[in-house]
Design a protein around this ligand. Structure first.
Ligand code: PRP
Length: 188
């Protein structure tokens, strides 16, 4: 079975992604120079973006990972209360932090994460997200670097999943509705 058969349309092609990540990497390099920022990648969706982004940044960076899940949210919606499933190993005090995310949707996860990291005394925190869905926003989030704004559609690929599948698609696509309708029926 080819998972590309489940894609209704391609929203962002692999070529567009490559071009944009290269631009973002250059921009981060210019903005940070020799400040050696710490990239904090939010697991799991952002690993694909991180991998391309960090190789486009021409200055020294450090990398760490954070696992975050939302308490009591549904499959589609986060709740705004986050649970840290894996914390960073780095003491972020006095570091310039760049949070690397795959998508800012309602913004609730990002707001909670920024609030938490701010209690640890970093020099600065900036948000770098691959995708943003502005139409879905419930809280204001100050995004410094954004790959692409996307409409309110069910997006998958390049790290983004549906039920843990499709993360390895090299582009961003829209999932065919019949796929999740069918899965919902199977799960009852
Ligand atoms: C996704 C995404 C963000 C969050 C955004 O995570 O990676 O962390 O949802 O939603 P919000 O703006 O509405 O809060 P998900 O829980 O799907 O985890 P994953 O990255 O492991 O797929």
């Amino acid at each position: 079975m080819d998972m590309r058969d489940d894609v209704l349309e391609v929203l962002v092609s692999a070529e567009e992604i490559q071009k944009r990540t290269a631009e973002l990497g250059e921009e981060i390099g210019r903005d940070y120079g020799d400040r050696n920022p710490l990239l904090i990648c939010v697991l799991r969706g952002a690993v694909v973006f991180l991998s391309d982004l960090m190789r486009s940044i021409p200055v020294h960076v450090m990398v760490d990972f954070m696992g975050v899940s939302s308490y009591g949210g549904t499959n589609m919606d986060s709740s705004g209360v986050i649970k840290i499933t894996r914390d960073v190993d780095t003491n972020i005090a006095h570091h310039d932090v760049i949070i690397v995310e795959d998508i800012v949707d309602t913004g609730l996860t990002m707001k909670a994460l920024v609030d938490l990291l701010n209690t640890r005394g970093p020099s600065s925190i900036a948000i770098c997200t691959f995708l943003s869905k502005p139409q879905r926003r419930k809280v204001d989030v100050d995004i410094r670097y954004c790959g692409f704004e996307v409409p309110n559609k069910f997006v998958i690929g390049y790290g983004l999943d549906y039920d843990e599948n499709y993360r390895n698609l090299p582009f961003v696509g829209v999932l065919k509705p019949e796929v999740y309708e069918k899965r919902k029926e199977e799960k009852g």
